[in-house]
Design a protein around this ligand. Structure first.
Ligand SMILES: Nc1nc2c(c(=O)[nH]1)N[C@H]1C(S)=C(S)[C@@H](COP(=O)(O)OP(=O)(O)OC[C@H]3O[C@@H](n4cnc5c(N)ncnc54)[C@H](O)[C@@H]3O)O[C@H]1N2
Ligand code: MOO
Length: 403
């Protein structure tokens, strides 16, 4: 096939993204929401803090009662009560102090807290050695969040701070687009789970690798399986697994031009399209729908499978649950050595990025079997299809795989 007949990377990215689409929002418990994206605004149903409280361990007072306090002229006040955190709100009589702990409710009548360091720490009578203005060390109700305000907007990615805020506001369920559910299926009669593979056999690494990539993308690898190069067995397996809440069937292997291309032979006649993309690695690709699920068929070479996942599947999965940044961040860096690329194919070459130096080092050969090298890389060098030679020091686009 001439390279002019190949589909462009961006066309195939669009096709895969359209196939997976966007999932419908649903309420999920807060404990399961980290990494997901709010589908609705969240409005605070109450204020934070919900009551005036102390920012310091010390004494609740009336500022005017300690206005003259100084190190050489302490003001002595009887300590009328102890207020631990969690106590109900009390009342402070003028001319008295309450010993108060950080977070405890400020008693009615008090308007300031004097920290214990500015006192003698007395428990019956306290000597205050510094004046404090009204409002000192008081955290006022609503000072952080006012009831009725929008605290988080739709489209916000829920991270630890957002989980904390929602928990503080008493929100138990949040409305998000759910994690896409992915069935990962390796194919190949050479694959085995046997700890000591026989002659010509290899361990199935792709299903482990792709399930990890699925989870890393914020989706869920609901099951991981492998099937031999046998069309009836492959179809029977899929028919048993699909139709049970699978959003995406992700296969690897069996898509090129050999005599036993199980994925292509089984799904090609059932509406899944097999095509060649102008990309290296990852030229042969399949995409379509089957059994109610979107289907993406990746090539079997491990580096091709994972690069294809990065290029086509990861952004589509992240977009399907509304992630505002579906793609890896792209940075510009200068090459530490010259590299070449096949004409007519966009090459995604493994590299090691040094953000401080602004450089990227090509890491390992370009071939698609070098998973050992890929495992030591942290980025992909994106070489456009019309570029064949890059000199040392040239500036290239680099996909940062660590973010
Ligand atoms: N005559 C042609 N041959 C090939 C072409 C072509 O256009 N014409 N394309 C080549 C390209 S490019 C790629 S990429 C591969 C894709 O092949 P398949 O998707 O059919 O994959 P397999 O043949 O099943 O396997 C390829 C390779 O990867 C190993 N593999 C497969 N699955 C796994 C797994 N789960 N874990 C670990 N390793 C796996 C497999 O043993 C093979 O070594 O086709 C080229 N050939
Ligand atoms: O296009 Mo294949 O994915 O290199 O080895």
């Amino acid at each position: 096939m001439s390279t002019s007949a190949l589909r462009s990377v961006s066309d195939h990215q669009r096709r895969v993204a359209d196939l997976i689409g966007m999932l419908e929002p649903a309420a999920v418990p807060l404990a399961e929401a980290r990494g997901l994206v709010l589908a609705d605004d969240v409005v605070a149903g109450e204020a934070l803090p919900s009551f005036d409280n102390s920012a310091m361990d010390g004494y609740a007072v009336r500022a005017e009662d300690i206005a003259s306090a100084a190190a050489d002229a302490p003001v002595r006040l009887p300590v009328a009560a102890d207020i631990p955190a969690g106590a109900p709100v009390g009342d402070l009589e003028p001319g008295t102090a309450h010993r108060i702990m950080t977070g405890a409710p400020l008693p009615r009548g008090a308007d300031a807290v004097v920290e214990v360091e500015a006192t003698d720490g007395g428990t019956d009578v306290v000597a205050v050695t510094a004046a404090r203005d009204a409002g000192s060390f008081v955290r006022t109700a609503g000072g952080d969040v006012m009831s009725g305000t929008t605290v988080l907007e739709a489209g916000t990615v829920i991270g630890p701070a957002q989980v904390g805020l929602l928990a503080a506001l008493g929100v138990r369920d949040v409305v998000v687009r759910p994690r896409p559910r992915v069935l990962v299926c390796s194919t190949g009669s050479e694959l085995t789970d046997d700890p000591t593979p026989g002659a010509g056999q290899i361990r199935d690494s792709n299903s482990h690798m792709l399930a990890a990539a699925v989870d890393d993308a914020g989706a869920v690898a609901i099951r991981r399986l492998w099937v031999a190069d046998d069309v009836p067995t492959f179809l029977r397996t899929l028919d048993a697994e699909l139709g049970t809440g699978v959003d995406l069937l992700l296969t690897s292997g069996g898509v090129s031009a050999g005599a036993y291309e199980v994925v292509k032979d089984a799904l090609g006649p059932r509406g899944v399209e097999f095509t060649k993309v102008a990309m290296q690695p990852g030229m042969p690709q399949g995409s379509g729908t089957y059994g109610g699920a979107a289907v993406v068929c990746l090539p079997g070479n491990p580096v091709s499978a994972l690069v294809s996942f990065e290029v086509f599947v990861r952004p589509a999965l992240r977009a399907s649950y509304g992630h505002p940044r579906p793609h890896r961040p792209v940075v510009r860096a200068s090459l530490t050595e010259a590299i070449t690329s096949t004409p007519g194919k966009r090459q995604l070459r493994r590299g090691r990025l040094d953000p401080a130096a602004g450089t990227v080092e090509p890491w390992g050969p370009p071939g698609s079997g070098f998973l050992g090298w890929f495992a030591g890389a942290d980025c992909l060098i994106d070489i456009p299809a019309d570029v064949t030679d890059l000199a040392t020091g040239e500036i290239v686009d680099v996909w940062d795989l660590t973010r």
